[in-house]
Design a protein around this ligand. Structure first.
Ligand SMILES: Cc1ncc(COP(=O)(O)O)c(C=O)c1O
Length: 381
C-alpha cells in the first residue's frame, strides 16, 4: 500500500511560498549561513575548504558527538543522522513494523507518524489528547488500547499541534509500561528545548528506556530546517543496525555542508535555543492579548512548550475561516481538519519574528469579519 497524500505538507506546498505571512509555521526563526559561520573564528575558511565527497552513512562523527551532548546517557555511536526528522520516521517505521502489527499514536498527529505505519499494513490506533484538559494524554486510556500485537507507541512531546507536555512521572510510567508489554516507544522530541520553564523539559525517552527511540532535528528548536539534518538516538543496537542498513535505500549519507553547519550550530545549541525561546515568549504575550480580546470567537490556552498551539474556532467552519484569511489578509493559518475530521481548530505558529505583523493583519481581518457579521445581523433584524 502507498501512503495517502500528506495533507498538511500539500497545504504548505500550495501556500508556503506565496502567502505573505505564515502564521502557522512550526519551525523557529531561521538565520543566514553567514550568521552561523560568524559564531566561530575560522569557520568561514573551514567551510570553504570542505570537500564535497560522500560522507559517513551514520553521520559525521563530530556531528554525532555534538548531538550526543543533548542527551544524558547516549553515546555518539547511538546516534544515527538522517535527512530531517522525516526520513528517520520513514526508516524507523519500515524497520520496526510488519503488516498486522498494531501502532498506537498520540493524536492529533503529524501525519507521517501514523501514515507510514498504515501504508506498511499496520493497524493504527489513536491515543487522543483531551482538549478539555489542555490536550493531556491519559495512561489509563493507553492501557485499554494495548493488545498483544502492539509493537510501537508513538508520542510527541512537546506536541504538534497542541503544545501539550506531560510531567516526568508520565514518561516514567510510559517507559515502565513499555517494558512490561514489550512495545517500543518512538518519541518524537523535535520540539524539545522549547519549554518556557526549563524545569518542564522532559528527559529524552532514549535516556530512560533502553529500547526506546528519541527523534530530534535541527529544524524547530534551532531554526535550521533548510539543513535537513535530523537523527534518532537509541541504545537498542540491533534496531540501530537495521535502521543504518535501511538508510542505504533512502539517502545513503547526509549532505556534507549541512553536517558541517549543524555541527557548528550544535556547539552553540544553548544560545540558539535561548534566542528562539525568547521570540516565542514575546509572541505568546502578544497572542494572549489578541485572544483575550476575542474570547467570544476562540478558545485559547497558552502552551508551556513548543512553537505551535491549536486554538478552537467557536463559531463557523474553520476551513472557510482560513480560506477567507489567506484571501483577504494574506495570512496563513492551518485548519485543524488537516489533522483529521472534526477538529474545528487551527494551528497557529509563534516561533517567527514577523508574528507582530501577521497578527496585526489577523486582527484587522477579525474586526472586519465581525463588523460584517454585525451588519448582516442588523439587516436580518
Ligand atoms: C512532530 C513533527 N515531527 C517531525 C517533523 C518533521 O521534521 P522535518 O521537516 O524537519 O524533517 C515535524 C515537522 O513539522 C513535526 O512537527
Amino acid at each position: 500500500m502507498k501512503p495517502a497524500p500528506f495533507k498538511l505538507e500539500r497545504y504548505f506546498a500550495a501556500h508556503e511560498f506565496s502567502a505573505a505571512y505564515l502564521l502557522c509555521s512550526s519551525d523557529c526563526e531561521s538565520m543566514e549561513i553567514g550568521e552561523l559561520l560568524a559564531l566561530e573564528p575560522g569557520a568561514y575558511e573551514d567551510f570553504s575548504r570542505l570537500r564535497l565527497g560522500y560522507t559517513e552513512s551514520t553521520g559525521n562523527p563530530d556531528l554525532r558527538r555534538a548531538i550526543a551532548t543533548l542527551y544524558a546517557g547516549i553515546a555518539a555511536d547511538e546516534v544515527l543522522v538522517h535527512a530531517g526528522a522525516e526520513e528517520a520516521i520513514f526508516n524507523f517505521m519500515h524497520v520496526a513494523l510488519e503488516a498486522g502489527d498494531q501502532v498506537i499514536v498520540h493524536s492529533p498527529y503529524y501525519q507521517s507518524l501514523g501514515e507510514v505505519a498504515r501504508a506498511l499494513g499496520a493497524e493504527v490506533s489513536e491515543w487522543r489528547g483531551n482538549p478539555e484538559h489542555g490536550w493531556a494524554l491519559d495512561i489509563a486510556t493507553l492501557k485499554q488500547k494495548l493488545t498483544p500485537r502492539t509493537r510501537v507507541v508513538v508520542v510527541n512531546f512537546p506536541h504538534n499541534p497542541t503544545g501539550f507536555i506531560p510531567g516526568v512521572e508520565f514518561i516514567r510510567e510510559l517507559s515502565a509500561l513499555a517494558e512490561e508489554h514489550g512495545f517500543i516507544i518512538f518519541s518524537d522530541e523535535v520540539y524539545r528545548g522549547l519549554e518556557a520553564d526549563p524545569a518542564d523539559r522532559l528527559p529524552a525517552v532514549a535516556d530512560l528506556n533502553a529500547r526506546a527511540v528519541s527523534l530530534g532535528v535541527m529544524s524547530k528548536t534551532y531554526g535550521l530546517p533548510g539543513l535537513r539534518i535530523g537523527w534518532i538516538a537509541t541504545r537498542d543496537r540491533e534496531l540501530y543496525r537495521r535502521m543504518a542498513a535501511f538508510k542505504d535505500y533512502t539517502t545513503i549519507c547526509n549532505s556534507a555542508p549541512s553536517e558541517f553547519l549543524a555541527t557548528l550550530a550544535l556547539r552553540h545549541a544553548e544560545a540558539l535555543g535561548a534566542r528562539n525561546r525568547q521570540i516565542i515568549q514575546d509572541n505568546l504575550d502578544r497572542l494572549d492579548g489578541y485572544f483575550a480580546d476575542h474570547q467570544d470567537l476562540f478558545a485559547w490556552y497558552r502552551p508551556k512548550a513548543g512553537s505551535v498551539a491549536f486554538p478552537t474556532l467557536l463559531h463557523g467552519d474553520v476551513e472557510a475561516f482560513c480560506t477567507d484569511l489567506i484571501r483577504d489578509a494574506g495570512v496563513l493559518l492551518l485548519p485543524g481538519t488537516l489533522y483529521g475530521p472534526g477538529f474545528n481548530c487551527f494551528r497557529i505558529g509563534f516561533g517567527r519574528k514577523n508574528l507582530p505583523e501577521a497578527l496585526h493583519r489577523l486582527a484587522a481581518h477579525t474586526r472586519k469579519a465581525m463588523s460584517q457579521r454585525t451588519a448582516g445581523g442588523d439587516q436580518n433584524a
